[in-house]
Design a protein around this ligand. Structure first.
Ligand SMILES: [Zn+2]
Length: 121
C-alpha cells in the first residue's frame, strides 16, 4: 500500500472559494475556511522549461545529473492554479496538456498524460 498522494487546499465557509496553499482565511472575502482535498487532475495553464541546474541547496540534482525539466501552473477544476514540476518526455507544447498529480512533497509534481498536439503521450 502506498501512501495516498493529496494536495490540501482550503475552502471558504461563506463563498466556497478554494485556495492553495491552504490558508485559514479566504483570499476573496476573508471568511474562515476548512481544509479541502484538491482534485488530482488538471490542465497545464502556463509553463516554462528550467534549462540549467537551480542553486544548490536547496536544489538536489538527481544522481544521474541535471536534466532540463518543465515547471508551471496546473489549473484544477476547483479554479486554483498550483505551481508544480511537470514530468514530461517532451518539453514543448505542454500548454493545455492534461496532468495528473504524482507527488505532493517536497513540491507538487504532475505527470503529463495528454497534450493538445499529440493527444496521447
Ligand atoms: Zn470567501
Amino acid at each position: 500500500m502506498s501512501e495516498k498522494i493529496v494536495l490540501t487546499g482550503s475552502r471558504c465557509r461563506e463563498c466556497d472559494t478554494v485556495g492553495y496553499p491552504a490558508g485559514s482565511r479566504c483570499g476573496r472575502c476573508g471568511s474562515e475556511t476548512d481544509p479541502t482535498e484538491l482534485s488530482r487532475q488538471g490542465t497545464v495553464w502556463a509553463y516554462t522549461v528550467q534549462r540549467f541546474a537551480p542553486k544548490s541547496p536547496p536544489y538536489v540534482p538527481p544522481s544521474s545529473g541535471f536534466q532540463p525539466y518543465a515547471m508551471g501552473y496546473v489549473e484544477l477544476p476547483e479554479g486554483v492554479k498550483v505551481t508544480a514540476v511537470l514530468d514530461s518526455g517532451a518539453l514543448d507544447g505542454l500548454a493545455g496538456a492534461r496532468a495528473v498529480l504524482v507527488a505532493a512533497e517536497p513540491v507538487p509534481r504532475f505527470a503529463i498524460t495528454t497534450t493538445p498536439e499529440t493527444g496521447v503521450q
